[in-house]
Design a protein around this ligand. Structure first.
Ligand code: EPU
Length: 339
């Protein structure tokens, strides 16, 4: 198993932050991952799993081993009259996987079109967009326990999925390398146009197909969200805060255009983008960092930005939102800390 030392990570994170890893490896199979974990050079070293780096903020250099799982296989594990199960390697590009399913008429992940990242990251933060979440189709997750090197398999129920949350961000945080995710997809797809933007975009399309949904969502995303290849960003920087319904309704009384989104009974999601925009940050640039002009939830890292600078700017936004609305907004991006 080849491992590189002193690896530059700038091109391996969509925020384009300069950082170096003491060691880096991209194992392509379960065997390679085990070989890497059993290598005596890395036994005592801290380890970080990095997918496509689209949700990672390097606060500085990483003094350990960065592992990029690059398993690319896709296999059918079961077919019934109504469903098909696919076991997908962690290193498969998420959107290529979505396109693969849409091309074959298999429904369930089309609303998650255009999300950057790879399949292995999808259960970690339960990626979600446009009325759908990864948890709706995930059936099983296979992973390797980093400390024992054992292969494990858990069910969707055991993953304890929540809004941008799972066991991999809680009890198993930093302890696993996800190798495969098994999805259950529908052979007779049900088209989901519940999200207002999607409904609007497809208002004149009769009986939209999976292709129509995919195209509409990619068009919506392209119009709103900056392409990391053009301007460095990590998608939504903060999570949408969940607050008591009565509290949100009070804010809405004096701000009738505010859109609220359903959460668990008695609670509602307030768009963090709206809160940040109200605080005057939309389109603002401070030194090498800023907030995108079309979407206030997207923080930008201009050339020369450091992770520390971006974190300080994020803290300032968080403090301002708290002072004005008494609401805490939490980061969605994962901040890497190295000892
Ligand atoms: N809004 C503003 N100002 C803005 C942008 C949006 O006030 O600058 C308001 C809009 O009016 C809208 C509301 O915020 O009513 C929600 O906006 P949007 O539909 O763009 O969704 P979001 O809540 O900002 C979430 C996800 C996105 C996902 C979209 C669509 C989170 C943290 N983000 O964003 O996911 O694509 O919904 O479902 O939940 C990501 O995680 O990286 C990501 C892009």
């Amino acid at each position: 198993m080849i491992a590189e030392s002193d690896k530059d990570l700038k091109r391996l994170n969509t925020l384009g932050l300069s950082a170096k890893a003491a060691w880096y490896a991209a194992p392509c199979s379960v065997r390679d991952i085990k070989e890497l974990l059993n290598d005596s050079r890395f036994a005592a070293m801290q380890k970080l799993v990095l997918g496509s780096g689209s949700n990672t903020l390097f606060s500085g250099d990483y003094n350990g081993l960065v592992i990029h799982p690059a398993i690319k296989e896709i296999s059918i594990t079961e077919i019934s009259d109504t469903t098909i199960k696919l076991k997908v390697g962690a290193g498969v590009d998420w959107d290529k996987f979505v396109a693969y399913c849409v091309d074959r008429g298999w429904g369930g992940v089309e609303n998650l079109s255009g999300i950057p990242g790879c399949v292995g990251a999808s259960p970690v933060q339960n990626i979600g967009a446009y009325g759908s979440e990864a948890k709706d189709t995930i059936e099983l997750v296979d992973y390797i326990d980093i400390s024992t090197c054992e292969e494990r398999r858990i069910t969707a129920a055991e993953c304890r999925f929540g809004y941008r949350d799972s066991i991999f961000k809680q009890k198993l945080k930093g302890k696993t390398i996800i190798t495969f995710v098994t999805f259950e997809l529908a052979l007779n797809p049900i088209i989901n146009t519940t999200y207002a933007d999607v409904k609007e975009m497809l208002s004149s399309t009769e009986n939209p197909t999976l292709f129509d949904i995919r195209k509409a969502i990619i068009d919506i995303r392209t119009a709103k969200l900056p392409d990391p290849a053009e301007i460095a960003n990590a998608g939504s920087f903060f999570k949408n805060p969940i607050v008591e319904e009565s509290f949100a309704e009070k804010i809405k009384e004096s701000n009738p255009t505010l859109r609220l989104y359903p959460s668990s009974p008695g609670y509602t999601k307030i768009p963090a983008a709206w809160l940040i925009e109200q605080c005057g940050f939309k389109g603002v640039r401070e030194s090498n960092v800023g907030v995108h002009q079309n979407h206030a939830l997207v923080l930008l890292a201009y050339e020369g930005a450091t992770g520390r600078e971006l974190l300080e700017f994020a803290q300032k936004i968080k403090r301002t939102v708290k002072a004005r609305f008494s609401i805490d907004i939490d980061m969605e991006v994962n901040v890497t800390v190295s000892s």
